[in-house]
Design a protein around this ligand. Structure first.
Ligand code: SAM
Length: 236
């Protein structure tokens, strides 16, 4: 596919399909994810980056205090559907084109990095999470949501059969992705600072496995970081 054609495919057909398949369950999971941002006290300098916003389906779920958002993905511009959702939600977006490895931002830039349904498309998940760790400020949170199997053996036969076609149609998204906390810990996050929830996507579990969502906190250098006694997470 030529560049113009693949851009048209992504911003029209693919983003359109993402909108179409955005079920109530999926919306609720996004809402749940963003509660982890809403429970923190923002300051004047709190900064948020979303990577690979696609059709902007996360935008309606950002807490009201988010008025500005940095966004980056492979395409030269923020996709039109995401622009529309940002306007509707009154969020000013500062967009930069960039590859997931070699994000176009200096280290310690953001209080939050959001990347949902992206890991499944990346051949180097560790490298991507390492980049997120790099651009997060100490004490910052990476909010994630992705589909994956609990183990390679858990994948259904039908899902395995459909994987090559799905990969072609869904911009490289792999149906074979297996969840591994080590993707986070090898990037620098500590296991105690990783909060992961698992959900079974109604109607789709035979195809994609489970949905894993949660956040990873970059350990702050300062000693006044409030930890929850039970999970070692920032109290929330
Ligand atoms: C399933 S969509 C998810 C979009 C959005 N984050 C969401 O949650 O609805 C996958 C996104 O991954 C992006 N993507 C695919 N391959 C990528 C790559 N190698 N690097 C960065 N982004 C990629 C695509 O542009 C697409 O927007």
């Amino acid at each position: 596919m030529g560049q113009a054609m693949s851009r048209w495919y992504e911003t029209t057909l693919f983003d359109g399909a993402m909108e179409l398949f955005e079920s109530n369950t999926q919306r609720k999971l996004r809402q749940r994810l963003f509660q982890y941002m809403d429970c923190d006290e923002p300051t004047n300098t709190t900064s948020v980056l979303e990577i690979g916003a696609g059709a902007g389906l996360n935008l309606p779920h950002y807490p009201v205090w988010v008025k500005e958002l940095h966004a980056s993905s492979l395409s030269p511009d923020l996709p039109p559907k995401a622009k529309k959702r940002a306007r509707k939600r009154n969020i000013k977006v500062y967009y930069k084109q960039g590859k997931p490895i070699g994000l176009p931002y200096p280290e310690n830039s953001f209080d939050y990095v959001v990347a949902t349904l992206i890991l499944c498309s990346l051949p180097d998940r560790e490298g991507f999470v390492k980049e997120i760790y790099r651009v997060l400020k100490p004490g910052g949170k990476y909010l994630f949501m992705d589909h994956a199997w609990q183990s390679a053996e858990a994948q259904t036969h039908l899902s395995r059969m459909l994987a090559p076609l799905h990969r072609r149609l869904a911009l490289g998204c792999s149906l074979k992705s297996v969840w591994a906390d080590s993707v986070f810990t090898s990037a620098g996050f500590k296991r105690e600072d990783l909060h992961v929830e698992e959900e079974i996507p109604k109607g789709f579990s035979w195809l994609v496995g489970k949905i894993f969502l949660g956040y990873a906190t970059k350990r702050p250098e300062a000693s006044d970081f409030k930890m929850d006694d039970r999970h070692g997470q920032r109290a929330c």
